[in-house]
Ligand binder design. Structure first.
Ligand SMILES: [Cu+2]
Length: 148
């Protein structure tokens, strides 16, 4: 006598949507941008300041920030909320290569270091930039980027 066993496989697909706290479609935004219109802004850091107090930039406009450490110490360009608000294309060192990542929180520059951040601002707002090395922020390494 044959026994027929019918197995009913129930597949439960659970879809959970996360509110990612960075720009998840950055690659689409970066691809769609007209990089021929890119604006370059040089940003210098030293003891203990950035070369701007308030930097105004425009949403949807492609930018290259050239980050230069002119100082005698290492410095950070830490800006978690800013990096969350932009579509990052890459961080490039002309000498050493490129880093492509959807989101990061800080860029550290060695003495004499130079890095280029290619990005498109997406979310408007005012974002803090600061150096996380001990005492540097208190000594003045704190500025704002305003995305209009
Ligand atoms: Cu510093």
């Amino acid at each position: 006598m044959k026994k027929y066993i019918t197995a009913l496989l129930v597949t439960t697909v659970s879809v959970t949507s996360f509110a990612a706290d960075y720009i998840t479609n950055a690659s689409e935004i970066v691809s769609a941008a007209d990089w021929d219109t890119m604006q370059t802004i040089e940003i210098r850091m030293s003891e203990f300041e950035y070369s701007f107090d308030e930097l105004e930039i425009k949403a949807d406009q492609p930018y290259k920030f050239v980050l230069i450490n002119d100082g005698e110490k290492k410095h950070y360009f830490t800006a978690p909320e800013f990096y969350k608000s932009i579509a990052t294309r890459k961080v490039q060192s002309n000498k050493d290569g490129e880093i492509k990542a959807p989101y990061f929180t800080a860029i550290e520059l060695m003495v004499g270091g130079e890095l280029e951040l290619y990005f498109v601002p997406v979310n408007k707002g005012t974002y803090d930039v600061f150096c996380t090395l001990k005492g540097h922020r208190d000594d003045g390494m704190e500025s704002s980027i305003i995305v209009n």
